[in-house]
Design a protein around this ligand. Structure first.
Ligand SMILES: [Zn+2]
Length: 139
């Protein structure tokens, strides 16, 4: 169980630890290149759970930051600094945490709903490797 989340925190496939499963910070492959697990598990709106994880993590970070900041600076908190740093933190954190929210939600979902054979596609299918357009492609 813990290994699912450890793999997720390393941005690897939570099922097998293979990867990479991201083509960029925000783009996930349709399936794991090693075990073939479909990373959206065949459902529309699947990533709503990842957004929820991201929101909950942001709220937890915000609460810890507010309490820590006030405890450290009480009785004369610098409110202007507090406002600026809070806005920056709340703008940056969701972007930084975005891929982790996806892999962590996938790990959670795999624990709640273990994968069956319909969740897997054959690994190394050509469709799994996004192809870049070249200048020789027809328009
Ligand atoms: Zn995998």
């Amino acid at each position: 169980m813990i290994s699912h989340f450890t793999r997720a925190l390393r941005l690897r496939c939570p099922h097998c630890g293979g990867g990479p499963i991201f083509t960029s910070w925000s783009r996930l492959l349709p399936a794991c290149p090693v075990c073939g697990l479909g990373l959206e598990r065949g459902e529309q709106g699947y990533w709503l759970g990842a957004y929820f994880f991201n929101l909950m993590a942001m709220e937890a970070v915000f609460a810890v930051y507010v309490v820590g900041f006030l405890l450290e600076t009480w009785p004369t908190p610098p409110w202007e600094l507090f406002q600026i740093t809070t806005v920056v933190l709340m703008a940056v954190f969701p972007v930084v945490f975005f891929p982790f929210s996806k892999t962590l939600f996938l790990a959670f979902d795999l624990l709640m709903r273990p994968p069956d054979e319909e969740d897997f596609v054959a690994p190394h299918e050509p469709a799994l490797r996004p192809r870049r357009a070249t200048s020789s492609d027809p328009p």
